[in-house]
Design a protein around this ligand. Sequence first.
Ligand code: HEM
Length: 307
Amino acid sequence: MLISNTVLSMLWGSTAHGEQGEMLSSQIRGVAEESMVLQGAPNISDLIPSLARFDLQGLERKIHVTFRRLDQIVSSIIEERRKLGEGNSVGEEAKDLLQVLLDLNNHGDYAAESSITDNQIKGFYDRRNRHNIDHNRVDDGRADATSRRNAAAIKEAFRLHPALPLLVPRCPTEDCQIGRYTIPKGATVFINAYAMHRDPQLWDSPLEFRPERFLDENAAKFDYLGNSSQYFPFGTGRRVCPGIPMAEKMLNYILASLLHSFEWKLAHGSTEVDLTDKFGIVVKLEKPLVLIPTPRLANPELYYSYS
Ligand code: HEM
């Protein structure tokens, strides 16, 4: 939710704040959750492709409805902003990304190369339109020992519980050979990150939580960019997650803030954390982790939000 709010704020500025922002966030989250369930549902069309055109379970139809709903949410934001913007010019420095894009859209003639269409504006929400991804990484040189340990703990958590246990399916454009296997052109290939992250041939005591695996020289060896064939919690290759720079910065920041600001206790007098995974397109905990935070900073004002 925090990441979704941050992305919305970056894209839509003030539109994403306050009550309206909360409503938007929860609508988008609803659509995202629904589409995850639909995409993860077993589909008979995958097993018997000749039946795909009948869409027997109606999954394809439902997913189109879900995506249309997302499209409507984004369209309504664009329309509303356009109405607001008429006769109401904002200074350059106060413009958010949506305003900059709308200005290009309004002033451009559609034939000109620099103009941008509504669909392209919406495309900022769509993975198919990503270009020029900047994989700049946090400067490790400046990080102190605690934040290096936090970063290693996050990496280890992702090793044992990768958010996407099976990467987005791949489909080879020609027959290829991997080890003893021939993968025929057009096959749907699932890459099981979950199993590889726990493979005893690749990791010592793979089921143990040991952040030190990712300290020192291994900090650079196992990055998030999918450069290692044994560790790729953000995927690998041309479909690698484009959100890595943001996720990496935010996760370190969130974990550090939560540890710095609160003492944490398990709820309901429990003494053990149950980390059993619940599988789906994304992995979640089977039993939600319930913790009780107690403020540990002396000045209570530090806990107020300034938004
Ligand atoms: C903890 C945070 C995150 C994790 C663990 C994660 C993980 C992943 C993984 C495993 C994939 C599939 C890659 C593959 O199949 O090779 C993926 C794809 C993707 N991620 Fe993330 N991600 C995270 C955060 C984000 C954020 C913050 C954004 C956007 C702001 C984002 C946007 C995307 C998009 C658009 C794709 C689809 C890429 C494509 O198919 O071409 N992710 N992510």
